[in-house]
Design a protein around this ligand. Structure first.
Ligand SMILES: [Zn+2]
Length: 449
């Protein structure tokens, strides 16, 4: 697919390897944003599809699979005439380019490209006219990168071989050839790994996720568990840590959520800058909660931006405030580019009917795991925020397995009202989907005064 790239000069180093030619678009603390100009594919009109990636300086942990990743690739379609883009697919890759997880963006809508934004830089790079000279320049950059990658990979290969020798051949049984087909666009690192085939066969591979519905942030890869996590029975919360080794943090973690929020220090906290926008949405009953996804919304806190991925509900509310419980809570899960999670919690109490909730409930899917994307209905999450933007903040975890820690919790102090009937509707689906409060272990809690 990328063979038209002038790769002749690379062949001496990496024979017969199709190679992504990453060209840096921007680079700042901890990460580079790159595109592969040779991947550009024309579509109808002035639309171009291109493979880009964020390459991080250090390994990060994927909250969904708990696996380590070093880069996130994104297949994006840019409309050069209308200055819009839509993300088609995201792929998480490990340090040696192995596929960790893929996420098809099924109902992505076209987003406007804001002037001066990173997407603006991407669009300009992708949409500018291409000449043969460009490709030569890209190819010479590629040689430098390939040399560096070869050195890195030799080290990584040696380390992996050592690890494999310790583990024995058992892991070879886990290798699934299908995954090779699922990784059509390996980065330079992976391509170099292919040049040393001895590593590839026994390498332990992340297990593919086989589920009918889109995986959620709170869900773990769990097809090997005989007992699924739940809120009652064998899979109840106090057993989560024993169900799977990946869930160990649920039992052993010292920064678990939810907590009873009390004894916070009252200070002037920075305002959360909510850029929650109206958008279309998708909604699914994923077997643990009702969850909705939107696009184009984010928050900023202390200059760091977190994109809103999804929100979902618990009944009763998981968190307590000075011992007090609430009817329900909505968790708005955000992720920054570096993978850090921030969850905004909006507590809900019984009162007036809530139009935001009503729109969601109107579109509740009839079947579990069947996602619904209403074609013409918009929702505006900002309409759900309480008038008072004061909040509590503390460091915690996901409240469902694998209970990953290092999650920034932002719990709005003022609850919002929903009607008793709206609460009753959710109760028909989930009477109790709240994890009990966890020990605080002396964690600092801040409270807006
Ligand atoms: Zn939650």
């Amino acid at each position: 697919m990328r063979k038209h790239l002038a790769a002749a000069c690379v062949i001496a180093i990496l024979p017969a390897v199709a190679q992504a030619a990453w060209v840096a678009i921007s680079s700042d603390a901890g990460k580079r944003v790159e595109i592969d100009p040779s991947s550009v594919r024309k579509e109808e009109g002035a639309k171009l599809v291109v493979l880009g990636r964020i390459f991080f300086d250090k390994e990060l942990t994927d909250p969904r699979t708990n696996g380590p990743y070093k880069s996130i690739e994104a297949l994006t379609r840019y409309d050069c005439a209308n200055r819009t883009y839509v993300t088609l697919k995201r792929t998480w890759r490990s340090v040696d380019g192995e596929l960790l997880r893929e996420e098809e963006v099924r109902s992505g809508s076209e987003m406007p490209v804001r002037t001066g934004s990173l997407d603006d830089k991407m669009l300009r790079e992708v949409c500018r006219p291409r000449t043969p000279g460009d490709q030569q320049a890209a190819a010479s950059k590629l040689v430098d990168k390939a040399n560096a990658a070869a050195t890195d990979l030799r080290k990584a290969n040696e380390a992996m071989l050592q690890k494999e020798a310790q583990k024995g051949v058992k892991n070879a049984a886990l290798a699934t050839p299908a995954k090779e087909a699922a990784a059509p666009a390996p980065g330079p690192a992976a391509a170099t790994a292919a040049a040393a085939p001895v590593v590839r066969a026994p390498a332990p591979r992340p297990r593919p996720v086989r589920r009918p519905a889109p995986e959620t942030t709170h869900d773990a890869v769990r097809q090997h568990a005989h007992i699924h996590w739940d809120y009652e029975g064998e899979g109840r919360p106090d057993n989560w840590g024993k169900l799977k080794s990946e869930y160990a943090t649920c039992a052993s973690g010292k920064r678990q959520s939810p907590i009873d929020i009390r004894d916070g220090i009252r200070v002037d906290q920075p305002a959360i800058d909510f850029a929650w926008r109206p958008s279309q949405f998708r909604i699914v009953d994923n077997g643990h909660t009702v969850q909705a996804g939107v696009s184009g919304s984010s928050i900023s806190l202390l200059g760091k931006q977190y994109e809103l991925l999804q929100f979902h509900f618990h009944r009763p509310a998981e968190e307590r405030i000075n011992g007090r419980g609430f009817e329900m809570v909505a968790h708005f899960v955000h992720r920054a580019e570096d993978g850090r999670l921030a969850v905004v919690a909006v507590l809900m109490e019984s009162g007036a009917e809530n139009p935001f909730i009503q729109t969601l409930w109107n579109h509740l899917p009839l079947e579990k795991h069947q996602e619904v994307s209403p074609p013409t209905t918009m929702i505006d999450p900002s309409g759900f925020l309480p008038a008072d933007r004061g909040y509590y903040s503390y460091m915690g975890s996901l409240t469902t397995p694998p209970c990953t820690e290092d999650v920034l919790w932002l719990v709005m102090k003022q609850p919002v009202q929903v009607s008793a009937e709206q609460i009753a509707i959710f109760s028909r689906l989930y009477r109790n989907n709240a994890r009990p409060v966890q020990p605080g272990f002396g964690r600092l809690i801040k409270e807006s005064r």
